[in-house]
Design a protein around this ligand. Structure first.
Ligand code: PGA
Length: 252
C-alpha cells in the first residue's frame, strides 16, 4: 500500500564525475526492480552529472536535492531555488535535516516555508525530524518530534501534506554506527504517523510514508524495514557505496 522509499543522502561528498559513477554502479545492481522507490540526493553541483547519467541509462532512480530556498529567485546569496531544481529534473528535496538545523541555523518556521514551497512546485519534500541524545535521555523525544512535525506542516492544507515523506532521524544515531533499535524506531515513526493523523486525518496518515534514518546499513535494514510503521530509510554513510546502497534497496 505504501511504496517503500530508500533515499541516499550523499551530504557533502563526491565530485560530479564520482557521483555519476556511483549512480551507475547502483543501477547495475538494482536494474529492473520497481517494488522500491530508490532516490539519490547528491550535492547541488553534482546534480547535472547525476541527472545525465540517470537519463542516459534510462534508470528508474529518483533524483533529490539536500536543501532549497523557498523562493523562486531573488537576493539570497548562496541559495538554490525550487525552479532551479525542477529545471535539472529533481523530484525530491530533503528539508530540515538535523545537520542543517544544528549547523546552519534552520528553524521550524523556515522548514515549514520550504515544505510548503516544495509541494507548491511539485517536489516531494522529505522532511526530517528527530531528537538529540540529551532530549531522549530527558524523556522529551515525543514532545520534540511531535512539535517538529506540527511546525513543519503548520497551516499546510491536506492536499499538500499528502504528497510528503517524513524522515525520523534521531540525531544520536546519525553517522554513529548506533542505529535505533527497530522497536524504538518503529515507535517514533508510529508517533509521527499519529501526529499527521491528528493534523489531518487517518486516511492521510495511513498513506504517508515515514522513513527511519540513522546508521541504516546492510546489516540492519531488513529488520528495520520489517517494522509496520517504517516505510523506508534515509541513508548517509551506506549510500556512498554502490553495493551497500543497492543492498538497502533490495531489503528483504
Ligand atoms: P547515516 O546518516 O546513515 O550516515 O547515519 C543518515 C542521515 O543523516 O540522513
Amino acid at each position: 500500500m505504501r511504496k517503500p522509499i530508500i533515499a541516499g543522502n550523499w551530504k557533502m561528498n563526491l565530485t560530479p564525475v564520482e557521483g555519476a559513477a556511483l549512480v551507475e554502479g547502483i543501477w547495475k545492481e538494482i536494474a529492473g526492480q520497481d517494488a522500491v522507490e530508490a532516490v539519490v540526493c547528491p550535492p547541488f553541483v553534482d546534480i547535472p552529472a547525476v541527472a545525465a547519467a540517470i537519463e542516459k541509462g534510462s534508470m528508474s532512480i529518483g533524483l533529490g536535492a539536500q536543501n532549497m530556498h523557498w523562493s523562486e529567485s531573488g537576493a539570497f546569496t548562496g541559495e538554490v531555488s525550487p525552479t532551479m531544481l525542477l529545471a535539472l529534473g529533481v523530484g525530491y528535496v530533503i528539508i530540515g535535516h538535523s545537520e542543517r538545523r544544528q549547523l546552519f541555523g534552520e528553524t521550524d518556521q523556515g522548514v515549514n516555508r520550504k515544505v510548503g514551497s516544495a509541494i507548491d512546485h511539485g517536489l516531494v519534500p522529505i522532511m526530517c525530524c528527530g531528537e538529540t541524545l540529551k532530549q531522549r535521555e530527558a524523556g522529551q523525544t515525543e514532545d520534540v518530534v511531535t512539535n517538529q512535525v506540527k511546525c513543519g506542516f503548520f497551516e499546510l492544507p491536506r492536499d499538500k501534506a499528502a504528497a510528503s515523506v517524513i524522515a525520523y532521524e534521531p540525531i544520536w544515531a546519525i553517522g554513529t554506527g548506533k542505529a535505533a533499535t527497530p522497536a524504538d524506531a518503529d515507535e517514533v515513526c508510529g508517533l509521527v504517523r499519529r501526529t499527521v493523523g491528528e493534523l489531518y486525518d487517518d486516511d492521510l496518515a495511513e498513506g504517508m510514508r515515514v522513513q527511519y534514518g540513522g546508521s541504516v546499513s546492510p546489516s540492519n535494514v531488513d529488520e528495520l524495514m520489517s517494522m509496520p510503521n517504517i516505510d523506508g530509510a534515509l541513508v548517509g554513510g551506506a549510500s556512498l557505496k554502490a553495493p551497500d546502497f543497492a543492498r538497502l534497496v533490495k531489503f528483504s
